[in-house]
Design a protein around this ligand. Structure first.
Ligand SMILES: [Mg+2]
Length: 296
């Protein structure tokens, strides 16, 4: 299989952008800053992406710890809004603490939790079985209803599918899922709309890539979809214009932030655009952030 790179990921987002929310009111050109320090005073609330802003794969971005401390010292509110859905939120929180961040449980919103809330209210959850796609052995007990790790039997028997993570998900398994859904269409909930994630050694494919073309009704939870940004604003108890969405991806963070009415800041030196000039991609899409910072 090919390994995704920034051009592949960008082309993939453009190919699926009919699924994505619309936004207007983008600035004509971004303000270019060395880091996010200069915007600390500009907003009351900071909505922070995780992958590409706080960490790259399993490695913390050193300046991020310092920046969070600065945002706190300035008396601002913050919330981490991550599309990482493979593990329960407590696992993510413990990871942040190991890296030196002091986020409280209330300051982390994972798209997994947003999908779980949808699952709790879904008619199929009463008496039905959801097949979960995610890392082998990852806990599922935090999710409502009967959620089981996918296997060959569940491909046929499950009432619906829950895409949490793509670790171990192969082209062959994807083909088996497509075939099963062609035979009997069932709802799919995708708890991570990202098509790629930045890791130490390059990009990995993520659920948003696999879920986008399934022959079934797919409901997405996470950025850029409005429910995610709204959940973050509710948590911050701030109107959208007093908050800024900070992220490394145009099609999730910048689009989602702008669509919700927030300010937007693109971190270009880590994550999605690491090693690339984001401007040609910004011009090609019109997804113009208010600010571009090289590092967090
Ligand atoms: Mg990111």
């Amino acid at each position: 299989m090919i390994r995704p790179d920034v051009r592949w990921a960008f082309a993939r987002y453009r190919a699926i952008d009919h699924h994505l929310p619309r936004a207007e009111g983008f600035p004509k050109a971004p303000e270019v800053l060395p880091d996010l320090g200069a915007i600390t005073e500009r907003y009351e609330g900071f909505i922070l992406d995780a992958f590409g802003v706080l960490n790259v794969g399993g490695t913390v971005i050193a300046t991020a710890v310092e920046r969070i401390a600065q945002i706190r010292a300035a008396g601002k509110r913050l919330v981490v809004l991550t599309n990482g859905a493979s593990q329960p939120r407590e696992v993510a929180l413990a990871k942040y603490h190991r890296w030196g961040f002091d986020f409280t449980a209330d300051e982390v919103i994972a798209s997994r939790d947003l999908a779980a809330a949808h699952l709790a209210a879904h008619p199929l959850t009463q008496g039905g079985v959801w097949a979960a796609i995610g890392p082998k052995g990852a806990p599922l007990a935090d999710l409502p209803g009967d959620v089981r790790a996918i296997d060959d039997d569940l491909l046929r028997a499950a009432d619906g599918f829950l895409f949490l993570g793509s670790e171990g998900w192969t082209a062959a398994r994807q083909a088996a899922l497509v075939a099963a859904l062609q035979e009997r269409p069932r709802p799919v909930i995708c708890a991570n709309p990202d098509v790629i994630a930045p890791r130490e050694t390059g990009f990995t494919w993520e659920p948003g890539h696999f879920a986008a073309d399934l022959p079934a009704p797919v409901t997405f939870f996470g950025k850029p979809f409005g429910g995610a940004l709204q959940a973050a604003l509710t948590r911050l108890e701030l109107p959208a214009e007093q908050a800024v969405m900070v992220g490394d991806s145009l099609h999730t963070d910048i689009l989602g932030g702008r669509a919700a009415g927030c300010g937007t800041a693109l971190v270009a030196g880590h994550g999605f655009f690491a090693g690339h000039d984001p401007m040609p991609f910004i011009r090609a899409t019109g997804l113009v952030p208010d600010v571009i910072a090289s590092v967090t």
